[in-house]
Design a protein around this ligand. Structure first.
Ligand code: URA
Length: 229
């Protein structure tokens, strides 16, 4: 995190007030005065302001039931951002641990803890993601084996990792993936000459979307959920 951001978050001062204090040499990092507001700092730094030790802002872990039309980006977009659904001063600090397309609904996890989101999304962790897909054409039983064997996408020669497909009825299925390539579920069905019309994420790893959350609602994760990814 940038030093000026850390200072204003942990002290409650405005960016301008922070600038003045930095200029005056009132900010020490590990005992040394620092004037560069853009310096990157982390939780291992001991940062004092006018002699007082500042504490690292707390971590937030949120599950959101993402509605259609919202994007998981942190940058401005023509679509509204998922963080705008979280009416808290700290919402702007959050990033999503694994994105969903604007056209996909369901579970999005948001946090300001980069280590946690990295652990959750790292390809080496193979954290399962579970989706419900509604498709245009009837589902053939052979598709179960094709998903399990790995599918060569139309525009990528590297086959997908084995995925589980559970056919629920002629036009809907539950898909469990261990990886998270761009638009992966839609592209897997497209490679099998079908088309995803609705897509909803039910779970990431051990965290399932809370059934009591309506579209657009959110809650903080419990400490058990945070620890049990
Ligand atoms: N796969 C997709 O195609 N879209 C998503 O949002 C997530 C997985």
């Amino acid at each position: 995190m940038r030093l000026d951001r850390f200072l204003s978050h942990s002290s409650g001062l405005s960016r301008n007030q922070v600038k003045v204090l930095l200029h005056r040499g009132d900010v020490l990092i590990d005992g040394q005065p620092v004037r560069d507001s853009s310096l990157q700092v982390n939780a291992t730094n001991r940062i004092t302001l006018e002699g007082k030790l500042l504490h690292w802002p707390r971590n937030y872990y949120v599950m959101l039931h993402k509605p259609l039309g919202y994007v998981c980006s942190t940058e401005e977009s023509s679509h509204p951002l998922v963080a705008s659904l979280i009416a808290r001063v700290w919402a702007g600090e959050l990033h999503s641990a694994g994105r969903l397309d604007a056209d996909t609904t369901g579970l999005v996890l948001l946090t300001n803890d980069g280590n946690w989101s990295h652990a959750l999304t790292s390809p080496r962790r193979h954290c399962d993601k579970t989706y419900l897909a509604g498709v245009k054409h009837p589902l053939q039983p052979e598709l179960v084996e094709r998903f399990a064997a790995g599918i060569v996408l139309n525009d990528d020669p590297k086959p997908t990792l084995p995925a589980q497909l559970q056919i629920l009825d002629t036009h809907s299925a539950r898909v469990k993936l261990h990886e998270g390539r761009y638009h992966q579920v839609r592209r897997m069905f497209a490679a099998c000459s079908n088309r995803v019309e609705t897509l909803h994420r039910e779970a990431i790893g051990n965290i399932a979307l809370d059934a009591s959350l309506q579209s657009g609602q959110w809650r903080e994760l419990t400490s058990e959920e945070v620890a049990n990814v």
